[in-house]
Design a protein around this ligand. Structure first.
Ligand code: LMR
Length: 400
């Protein structure tokens, strides 16, 4: 019965890892998926995570019972505090509905399904380009996807004018997906002034912002700075949705731990919204896993562990910034023609190289360097010893 099932194409990002694993070359380098690696190219479990896990395992009250549909209450409370700020008005006024969810993808999907069921406008605007999975999550949730201009390849900068024009002409009430910081895949973020302009047009046009926050603290090294845009919108009294992931900033990739929050107008509405988020979750996966959420709650809720986390987080962010400097230097040293300062200016886990699909094929086939076809490389997967090799491969591929 299944012989007529067509072969699906490999995933745009996770498929790169599969191809990398199948390559036997000793030179191979995986710069596809956004996953942090040490200088030696190894995955990392943060020391603070190990310590939190020890405490959880040794806790006399620990069990493996089901969590509630909305997840671990302490995790939800602390996640909202991390995003909106401890003293934020929206939290003090009881205007944030929060549920634990399955990292970024799960939060976005639950948010999308909630919107499809309870929000009168079914159109969501995504930036061009955006994280490949956004293009699948929202149609699968029942929303119509439209695009707004975001990145200008010619300048390698934000297409602010284009973005504002597209937001101005979006139908009133449409949802707008915004990357809270460290835009994936371009690494290009609006300046604080540009954020203010974006916020103001969204408010004027009565659009609904849906933030995807996958890199809080991981982009700049500061949890506060990376929350600027979300807090700017929330503090302006706007209703919004927010997806949070702890995959990158706590290195909890495979634990699938994240949160979805919805900012409302009053505590009564918050309760109703939370009840409907649970209606989405129960038939989808019943309730979320407890281990990752327990780790996050332990770290966020303990001042000593929290400080320790901030140091390790800054260490990861700083190593990525150093990789940008090293790759830039290697390109300059090898006489690569053109201006490479964009590598230094971009922020977060990725650099958007401008390599075309054909050039990416050359990077992979000839140099065994794996990256996504949109020309994105994960700076977090790079180590100092590989920068010169990567620069050589890039120079060769640009010629093709
Ligand atoms: C990425 O963009 O590489 C990450 O967010 C991993 C993923 O799930 O795609």
């Amino acid at each position: 019965v299944w012989s007529q099932v067509p072969q699906a194409p490999p995933d745009a990002i996770l498929g790169v890892t599969e191809a990398f694993k199948a390559d036997k070359s000793p030179k191979k380098l995986n710069l596809g998926v956004g996953a942090y690696r040490t200088e030696e190219g190894k995955p990392v479990v943060l020391d603070v995570v190990k310590e939190a896990e020890q405490r959880i395992v040794n806790s006399p009250t620990g069990d493996k019972e089901y969590l509630g549909i909305g997840g671990l209450p302490e995790f939800c409370r602390l996640s909202a505090q991390l995003a909106y700020g401890e003293c934020s008005k929206v939290l003090q006024e009881g205007r944030v509905a929060v549920v634990q969810s399955l990292s970024g993808t799960g939060s976005l999907r639950v948010g999308g399904e909630f919107l499809a069921a309870h929000y009168p406008h079914k159109i969501i605007y995504l930036p061009t380009p955006t994280w490949a999975n956004h293009n699948k999550i929202f149609p699968n949730a029942g929303l119509e996807v439209r695009k707004y201009r975001y990145y200008l390849p010619r300048t390698r900068l934000l297409d602010y004018e284009g973005m504002m024009e597209d937001l101005k002409s979006a139908p009133q009430g449409a949802v707008v997906l915004l990357h809270a910081c460290a835009h994936n895949p371009t690494g290009v973020d609006p300046s604080p002034q540009q954020w203010e302009g974006i916020r103001s047009i969204i408010q004027q046009r009565q659009l609904l912002p849906f933030f995807d926050s996958a890199y809080q603290g991981f982009a700049s090294g500061s949890l506060e700075r990376d929350a600027t845009a979300v807090r700017m919108f929330a503090d302006a009294g706007m209703e919004l949705l927010l997806s949070q992931s702890y995959a990158k900033n706590m290195g909890l990739y495979g634990e699938r731990v994240g949160a979805l929050s919805v900012v409302t107008t009053d505590p009564k509405t918050t309760k109703k919204v939370e009840s409907q988020l649970k209606q989405v979750i129960r038939p989808m996966y019943s309730n979320p896993p407890r281990h990752g959420a327990a780790i996050v709650a332990m770290i966020l809720g303990n001042p000593k562990l929290y400080e320790h986390w901030k140091v390790e987080l800054k260490g990861m962010a700083d190593r990525i910034i150093t990789m940008r400097e090293k790759l830039h230097q290697a390109l300059v040293d090898q006489g690569a023609p053109g201006d490479w300062s964009f590598i230094l200016k971009q922020i977060g886990m990725f650099s958007f190289t401008g390599l075309t699909k054909e050039q990416v094929t050359n990077m992979t086939n000839k140099w065994h360097i794996y990256m996504t076809f949109d020309g994105r490389i994960s700076m977090a997967g790079l180590s100092a010893s590989c920068c010169s090799y990567l620069a050589e491969a890039m120079i060769d591929s640009y010629k093709n």
